[in-house]
Design a protein around this ligand. Structure first.
Ligand code: HT7
Ligand code: ZN
Length: 849
């Protein structure tokens, strides 16, 4: 496997100031003629090297003269005698057979492109690297009936009506961009249209393109787009820079969405939403992804990455910006809890396993494998720490300077940090280690009380990760406060401590009462905190801490403590009862209550132990759930009666009510009365929203009841044909804890609606099953075999999708010897399969190392 190394970076030998593309769209054979102006970059005599993949090269001209160059695999080398030239190349490509969904491919009746990271080379020969920025003009031609809508980046120009029922449109993008931001779409599309007037009076035409039948389901996305445009002006002073902004929703897509300049392409899952088909979480995800892609216009597009090692420069920063945006739209506390939950569920395990890498990796085989939670989510936490350290105004001065210095450039994470330093005068030398060191730091806290004085000792450590045996100390902002053990109030102000040394000692004087520590408030640093606390103290903090994150965290810690034993869970039951009572009395909002009373997942419980004990974790958690359900049954009924049937409103109150009602219903079904099953059935049948309907179905899915079977059958019939909803039907079954789940998944793999060609469907069934700790980790290895079978099958279709499926098997060191050996055996089988893709090979071999 060929490794690409950051240390080998060299500026491009040739630049391409302009690109003119002429594309004749055809599903079976699209012809692409490119006209590149190329200029020598620097004092050297090296030839022009172009990247290409799966291209049929028909003609090459340099300065108008045919050239006999023959591609050498995925490289085309052209000797250019002077310092500049015009290179014209004609290639043919085959979208219909492009099952990788990179480059130009078919989705339903559309032709659509995906170029990040290295898809442009599947459209034409090009120096396909992000530090080559070009001005593009694109002429798209096709059959007018088959491709009535022809879209590309920038602003729409001349339209031509041609003989034989054909037509063409030319698009010009006035902003230089790297090839990964190129996009084109052709097909039968209808649009939801709107407009936005920018802070300097530019009137921008907005359009969201989709199948005609789905236009009515785009309004939430449109509202989110306008809110994002407004927010980026107000918070960061960033204005949109074209007269048009187009979004296209497609069914087959390798990721969530893509920020192509002026022409975002979206996985339909993140555009189409109405209350019948989308849950509240889906609505939030739509708004979050629309905002994310829009924010890339400045953080990613106007200022882009020099090379793919710098991916977090745009992704970490843009995730942070979309998190800020979402927090501003609704319940900020619940958003923060959700973000931390996601980080811990995916990124912490990544940091603790064979795929651990810094947010700026320094080597890769396949860049597609590095679109990870570390680069995205931990990257966002690193930006958030800068925001905390520099303060809101300092951070804004830093971003202003970054945009001023680097607009139109392809830059590095170092350029970003340097701008932050220059704008604020802060020295971030030690902070830079977050870019280089993998792993999740631990902060261990001890406190000692002497009379009215309290000494707190904070010690940081960072364990070795693959390739990084020893680590240096990190610079992290750590918020903490004291909570009075008698008064239940915060004592003094919250403190923001900058941990830089191995140990930091804090002294608090003149304390009048016993105190408890409220630690890492707001999750100010992405670390694990180890601090001794009794169950009684944790229960107290769960009811008294004035920082919502820390309050939720206290409940999590209490739950983990109880669930690590076979103890009677009465402390947990009492704490949940107190939280429900606070909610019922209006002292806590329902959304927070719904979060706080949820037990940690089996996976997260497993992450706390040195060896994951699949059966004990499941047994203890189920026993605790049963106790919480039974003892608090009246309270769950009260919560359900109060909060169910909230209607379709999307405000924070209504969403919180639905969340709590669903949690209550799940506990009621766990308690197992006939009334509870009837209530679930009633909620399912009378649901005004998908949140209510899927909530009822999820509550029933672990049961062996006629209600479950009836709702499951109804759900399929009701939503047949709507792919995004049918995905939910697959997922809910794959996540069932019933003993027959693996068998059911095998049946579903043969279902007529299942296909390995659609990444959403694959994730919905196989991805979801691999997240079902109890059933995926069956002791006989049947779950691992199923996953490996599907991975190898999908690798022949779409290696990027296949490689992602390898991640759960890579966690073999975390499980008992028996399971570990079975997981390794499947990884060996994968790595030993002839013709396996480099994407999968990299994941499998790293996992086995
Ligand atoms: N920047 C986009 C990344 C992306 C992508 C990466 C690999 C393969 C397919 C892909 N589609 C989109 C998405 C984003 O972070 O905004
Ligand atoms: Zn992004």
């Amino acid at each position: 496997m060929n490794e690409v190394r950051l240390s080998d970076y060299r500026p491009p030998d040739w630049l391409v100031p302009t690109v003119a593309l002429d594309v004749r769209l055809d599903v079976d054979r699209t012809l692409v003629t490119s006209r590149l102006t190329v200029t020598r970059n620097g004092d050297h005599r090296r030839p022009l090297r172009l990247d290409g993949q799966d291209l049929e090269t028909r003609r090459i001209l340099v300065d108008g003269a045919p050239v006999e160059a023959v591609p050498n695999g995925e490289e085309l080398v052209l000797a250019i005698p002077g310092d500049s030239a015009v290179v014209e190349i004609e290639v043919a490509i085959a979208p219909r057979t492009n099952t990788r969904l990179m480059g130009l491919y078919g989705s339903d009746d559309l032709l659509v492109t995906q170029c990040e990271a290295e898809g442009f080379r599947r459209i034409t020969w090009f120096p396909d690297r992000p530090d080559v920025l070009s001005l593009y003009t694109v002429r798209l031609e096709g059959d007018a009936a088959q491709f009535p809508i022809l879209l590309s980046n920038g602003d729409r120009g001349a339209a031509e009506t041609l003989d034989g029922g054909r037509h063409a449109v030319t698009w010009t993008d006035p902003w230089p961009k790297p090839s990964y931001l190129f996009a084109m779409v052709g097909g039968q599309l209808a649009a939801l249209r709107d407009e936005f007037v920018t802070m300097n009076g530019r009137r921008v035409e907005l359009a969201i393109w989709t199948a005609a039948a789905d236009v009515g389901r785009c309004s939430h996305a449109m509202a989110a787009l306008k809110a994002s445009m407004d927010w980026d002006e107000r918070i960061y002073g960033r204005e949109y820079d074209l007269d048009q902004f187009n979004i296209v929703a497609v069914s087959d897509f390798n990721a969530g969405a893509m920020e192509n300049k002026g022409l975002n392409v979206f996985n339909s899952k993140y555009i189409l939403a109405d209350s019948e088909t989308a849950t509240d979480a889906d609505f939030d995800a739509v708004a979050g992804v629309v905002a994310h892609e829009y924010f890339h216009n400045w953080t990613g597009n106007r200022v882009t990455c020099r090379d793919w090692f710098q991916l977090s420069l745009k992704e970490g920063l843009t995730v942070f910006r979309d998190q800020q945006f979402s927090a501003d739209q609704g319940s900020a506390a619940v958003r923060r809890i959700d973000d931390v939950r996601a980080l811990r569920a995916v990124q912490f395990p990544e940091d603790a396993g064979p795929h651990a890498h810094p947010i700026r990796p320094d080597h890769y085989v396949e860049i597609g494998n590095f679109y990870t939670a570390t680069v995205y989510n931990k990257g966002a936490e690193v930006i958030r720490m800068l925001h905390t350290l520099l303060g809101r105004d300092g951070f804004r001065r830093g971003t202003d300077l970054y945009f001023e210095r680097h607009d139109g450039q392809a830059v590095t994470c170092e350029d970003w940090v340097a701008a932050m330093e220059a704008a604020t005068g802060r020295n971030l030398t030690q902070f830079r280690r977050w870019y280089d060191q993998a792993g999740t730091p631990t902060v261990t806290v001890h406190m000692a009380r002497a009379g009215r004085q309290l000494t707190v000792n904070l010690a940081q450590s960072l364990a070795a990760t693959p390739g990084q045996p020893s680590k240096a100390m990190m610079h992290m902002p750590f918020r903490l406060a004291l909570i009075g053990r008698d008064s239940g109030r915060r004592i003094g102000d919250e403190r923001l401590v900058e941990l830089t040394a191995g140990e930091t000692r804090l002294v608090f004087e003149d304390l009048d009462e016993p105190v408890l520590l409220s630690l890492n408030r707001g999750f100010s640093a992405p670390v694990k905190v180890v601090a001794p606390a009794s169950r009684a103290d944790l229960a107290f903090l769960a009811g008294a801490d004035d920082d919502p994150f820390a309050r939720w965290e206290a409940m999590q810690r209490l739950s983990l403590d109880v669930l690590a034993t076979d103890d009677d869970p009465h402390e947990l039951v009492d704490a949940i009862a107190a939280t429900l009572a606070d909610g019922a009395a209006g002292r806590l909002d329902p959304a927070f209550v719904g979060e706080a009373v949820l037990l940690p997942t089996e996976a997260f419980i497993g992450d706390q132990a040195s060896v994951v004990d699949v059966e004990s974790i499941h047994r203890r958690r189920e026993a605790a759930r049963a106790a919480i359900a039974a003892v608090l049954e009246p309270q769950w009924w009260q919560a359900w009666h109060w909060h169910s049937g909230t209607g379709t409103a999307l405000n924070a109150g209504a969403k919180g009510a639905r969340r709590l009602a669903n949690v209550a219903l799940a506990y009621l079904v766990t308690a197992g009365s006939a009334e509870a099953l009837a209530a679930a059935r009633q909620q399912y049948d009378g649901a005004a929203t998908m949140t209510d309907r899927i909530g009822a179905l999820s509550a029933l899915i672990n049961t062996d009841t006629p209600e479950r079977d009836a709702c499951l059958a109804d759900f399929y019939d009701r939503f047949a044909g709507n792919g995004d909803v049918i995905d939910k039907w697959f997922t809910v079954q794959a996540l069932s804890t019933r003993a027959d789940t693996l068998e059911q998944v095998q049946v579903l793999l043969r279902h007529k609606d299942f296909t390995l060609h659609n990444p959403n469907r694959l994730r919905a069934l196989v991805g979801a099953f691999a997240a079902n700790q109890r059933r995926f980790h069956a002791a006989d290895g049947s779950g691992y075999r199923l996953l490996a079978d599907q991975l190898l099958a999908v690798d022949r279709i779409n290696p990027q999708s296949a490689a992602r499926l390898a991640v759960p098997l890579g966690r073999w060191q975390r499980f008992d010897a028996g399971r570990g050996a079975l997981m390794q055996a499947q990884l060996q089988r994968i790595a030993g399969t002839a013709g396996v893709s480099k994407d999968v090979m990299e994941m499998a071999t790293r996992a086995l190392a």
